[in-house]
Design a protein around this ligand. Structure first.
Ligand code: RIB
Length: 321
């Protein structure tokens, strides 16, 4: 049977350097190194699958030890992983710098991951999913292809526009049902797509009243826009109205992949709660909270049992759990 959540994206071998403070320009600092599975698409597929909703990850890799790590990680947790090999290209890798508070800076070399092409994808698997998720670590042609096929088949399409791309254009949103930018990406989208908003900043975003934020979201022309707001939570804007979901208060160890935890959890929640956007966003919000309490990106994604225990403890059990 085809898994209900299909994530097209990139596997990235994260090389996480933990140090006391992030180096300033020209500065070298000493730290420790922990390699771990990562990549926005891969993290999101892991988050959905670990949350108890079968998922499949599709991405491109090289023929190297990092690709073997991706397969081994998938096997270890029972996640379906479809890796297209791109000869002559290395699997994506990232330098993840983490300070003592768990905040990070990341440089990604997408390598083979950026060479995924529409022809590499299995159209039948896309049509058979209930939710498909893409990000910006893969190119716009791949995302457009996935969303076109999915939309025609009545599959819900989720675009996490991370990281924001210089080649992004408004037509990329035409087939998107749910758009999930973080604050930086939302700011860039507003500046690029909404007339007379070139001066919009992340700072202005933090001062917006909910009704004004909702109005801006509506102008992006996507049925559901969810702005993830880090430690503050998430803002959900739908045609019918808006809701603010407060972040859970947790002890932060590593914020890498928190957005991915939200997105994967949200996609799983859409399946689990039959398309209920708010219930799915609450589910994603809980998964993001748990993920930041542990080190690493993909390895930090919580299991269904851990999520259920956390939600019970927080006294916010979701509708059907
Ligand atoms: O979103 C976090 C991810 O972004 C990391 O795992 C890193 O690989 C980068 O792609």
């Amino acid at each position: 049977m085809n898994p209900p959540v299909l994530v097209v994206g990139t596997y990235v071998q994260d090389l996480a350097f933990r140090c006391d403070h992030l180096p300033t320009q020209g500065e070298s600092v000493l730290g420790t190194l922990a390699p771990a599975a990562g990549g926005k698409g891969f993290n999101q597929a892991v988050a959905a699958h670990r949350a108890g909703v079968p998922a499949v990850f599709v991405g491109a890799v090289g023929r190297d030890a990092f690709a073997d790590n991706a397969r081994a990680f998938g096997r270890a947790i029972g996640l379906q992983v479809q890796l297209v090999e791109k000869r002559g290209h290395a699997t994506a890798a990232a330098a993840v710098l983490l300070d003592r508070t768990g905040q990070n800076q990341i440089v990604v070399a997408p390598g083979a991951g950026a060479r995924l092409r529409p022809a590499d994808l299995d159209a039948a698997a896309i049509r058979a999913a209930r939710v498909v998720v893409c990000q910006h670590e893969t190119g716009p042609a791949v995302n457009a292809h996935v969303f076109r096929l999915a939309r025609r088949a009545g599959v819900t399409t989720v675009l996490n526009p991370a990281p924001m791309r210089a080649d992004f254009t408004a037509d990329a949103l035409a087939q998107v049902d749910v758009l999930t930018p973080n604050e930086t990406e939302f700011t860039a989208l507003v500046r690029a797509l909404i007339p007379r908003q070139q001066g919009f900043t992340a700072e202005k975003l933090t001062r917006l009243a909910p009704a004004a934020l909702h109005a801006l979201c509506r102008r992006l022309g996507v049925p559901v826009v969810i702005v993830t707001l880090g430690a503050r939570g998430a803002f959900v804007s739908q045609t019918a109205g808006h809701t603010f979901i407060r972040a859970h208060r947790v002890r932060v160890t590593d914020t890498t992949g928190a957005g991915d935890a939200f997105n994967g959890g949200f996609a799983a929640g859409l399946v689990k709660f039959n398309g209920d956007v708010i219930a799915a966003a609450r589910f994603g919000n809980a998964i993001a909270a748990l993920s930041v309490t542990r080190p690493g990106a993909a390895p930090a994604m919580p299991t269904a049992r851990e999520i259920a225990r956390f939600l019970r403890r927080e006294g916010r059990a979701s509708p059907s759990s």
